[in-house]
Write a protein that binds this ligand. Structure first.
Ligand SMILES: NC(=O)C1=CN([C@@H]2O[C@H](COP(=O)(O)OP(=O)(O)OC[C@H]3O[C@@H](n4cnc5c(N)ncnc54)[C@H](OP(=O)(O)O)[C@@H]3O)[C@@H](O)[C@H]2O)[C@H](O)CC1
Ligand SMILES: [K+]
Length: 505
């Protein structure tokens, strides 16, 4: 799914809103009247809302601004009222310019519900934990940080224990540009957003404001959206599943590649076990794990399906094995950063001729000797967590938007694929696009999860998936396996081995 922007810089240097353009195109070419598009959006919101909140759940306060977000609020209130919900409407008079759709929806209330107008700070009602707030104050039209009446309303809401559902975007949050440190932004518990995820929603710094969010289609013109030149994407099930290659009935193990996993050191053989097992669970034909000698008995016992080659060194990897017989190579999980291991990494980078996935200490080794960056093969898949990525680029970022710019820059300049791990793992491709992952959960923020991902990506590379596909599909399936594991064990209890046991292809 494309992530459409409300503030996109054109080649000429000015800014446009892709969402507004898609809106206008839909209105003219579907065709549909603007007020009917709002009706459709509001109905779509309600269809999701009623799944989460039954009629007698809580008293609902619908807080409306006077633009189209407020118009949505009025239409949503009318629809929920007709379904029997107990609600009050408050209009926050932040401006004297009411939008045409807002006015029309005010008329459509037909005196059935009488909105309370709020024009002064002392008229803002009290909010408490038995209230369910629908935030329709401001959405995609936010043009400056909050101030005055609307800022005070949001402050009061944030201090209350009321439960909050935002319409489209929590009030005060810029959809795809940086808020100031001191900006007041509504802390929503849920956000139901229209048509496209907003870039702000996938950035960790905004997690407190957006809460759990869901996208609902409002039927904007697909062909128009298809033609937009987007830089940001959201990997949903439709995109990920389209990559999956079916296994032919007459296939044999030779069709699915022979992978080499170079992993482990004394005290970290577990990383070799996890990554190798995850690789096997992800469809590889054969795997050889190359580990220091101390890992031999452990690996042969723990993973009978894998072949094991050992380095002469007992404790860490030192000597380059033959790389000829493999379709893909994985390197880095638990290898440590001994100087001799660093020498091995340099040799691998110089000699590798097949797709490669590089993780953990292999990345740290590259980061500590920047000349190795020049040896990164085109199309290499790198799987750093944020600290490892900071070491690679040699600097810290001030905010998540700067992080995205650095990520894009790195992937383009090194022509490689970077999977920056975290909630909504960001996969940057050599063409400069960034693809945020839709699966996964906080239970995966534990030792070993990254080793599992490396193994999964290695398996896909060995099976002949293009590096871009292997990264996007691997990250998606890894998160999905994590979500299944969380259902079985809970996010606190689940461990990396549970993720492996939940891989399903
Ligand atoms: N395609 C879609 O997704 C659709 C979305 N819909 C809904 O429409 C809103 C966007 O509506 P819009 O009218 O463009 O914008 P808002 O309602 O968010 O706000 C506009 C008004 O707010 C004023 N404004 C802006 N910033 C501030 C501020 N910091 N403090 C106070 N007031 C502010 C702005 O005034 P100006 O002075 O800047 O002119 C406007 O008056 C979208 O979010 C969806 O909810 C449609 O329903 C269907 C299609
Ligand atoms: K809102």
């Amino acid at each position: 799914m494309k992530i459409l922007l409300t503030r996109k810089q054109t080649k000429a240097g000015n800014y446009i809103s892709e969402i507004k353009e898609a809106d206008e195109y839909t209105i003219v070419h579907e065709p549909i009247a603007s007020i009917d598009l709002m009706e459709r959006a509001s109905r779509a919101f309600v269809s999701i809302f009623i799944r989460h909140f039954p009629v007698s759940y809580k008293k609902i306060l619908v807080l409306c601004g006077v633009g189209d977000n407020g118009g949505d609020g009025l239409a949503i209130a009318r629809m929920l009222y007709a379904l029997g919900y107990d609600l009050e409407i408050y209009i926050i008079n932040h401006s004297t310019k009411q939008s045409a759709n807002f006015k029309k929806n005010l008329e459509r209330l037909q005196n059935k519900i009488h909105p309370v107008e709020i024009s002064e700070i002392d008229e803002i009602p009290d909010f408490n934990k038995n209230d369910l707030i629908i935030d329709a104050m401001l959405g995609a039209g936010l043009s400056r940080p909050l101030e005055g009446l609307i800022e005070s309303t949001v402050e009061k809401l944030n201090e209350s224990e009321a439960e909050i559902v935002a319409v489209d975007i929590p009030t005060g949050l810029f959809a795809d540009s940086l808020n100031g440190d001191k900006d007041i932004i509504l802390k929503a518990d849920y956000t139901i957003t229209f048509q496209t995820p907003k870039l702000a929603f996938v950035l960790p710094q905004n997690g407190d404001f957006v809460g759990n969010w869901e996208v609902v289609s409002i039927g904007l013109h697909e062909e128009f959206i298809g033609k937009l030149e987007s830089r940001y994407f959201y990997t949903d099930s439709q995109i990920a599943e389209a990559f999956i290659k079916p296994r032919s009935k007459f296939a044999n193990k030779g069709h699915f590649g022979h992978a080499l996993m170079m992993a482990g050191s004394y005290g970290m053989i577990g990383a070799a076990v996890l990554s190798t097992r995850a690789c096997l669970r992800s469809g590889v034909g054969k795997i050889t794990v190359y580990a220091p000698e101390c890992g031999y008995a452990i690996l042969q016992t723990a993973i009978p399906e894998a072949m094991c080659l050992t380095d002469a060194n007992k404790a860490f990897l030192e000597t380059l094995p033959k790389l000829d017989n493999y379709q893909a190579i994985g390197i880095g999980c638990g290898i440590g950063t001994a100087p001799k291991t660093a020498g091995l990494i340099e040799e691998v980078l110089k000699q590798v001729k097949v797709p490669i996935v590089i993780d953990a200490d292999a990345l740290n080794i590259i980061a500590s000797d920047k000349k190795l960056l020049a040896l990164l093969p085109k199309g290499a898949v790198l799987t750093p967590h944020p600290k490892e990525f900071q070491r690679l680029i040699g600097k810290k970022w001030e905010n998540d938007y700067e992080k995205l710019a650095l990520l894009e820059d790195f992937a383009v300049s090194h022509q490689c694929i970077v999977c920056l791990k975290g909630a909504f793992t960001a996969v940057a491709l050599p063409d400069g696009t960034i693809h945020f992952n839709s699966t996964g959960n906080a239970g995966m923020a534990k030792g070993g999860s990254g080793d599992v991902l490396t193994g999964m990506i290695l398996a896909l590379l060995a099976q002949g998936y293009k590096p871009e596909e292997a990264a996007l599909l691997g990250v998606y399936e890894h998160g999905l396996a994590g979500d299944r594991a969380a259902q079985l064990k809970g996010t606190t209890a689940m461990i990396a081995s549970d993720i492996i046991e939940s891989i399903r292809f």
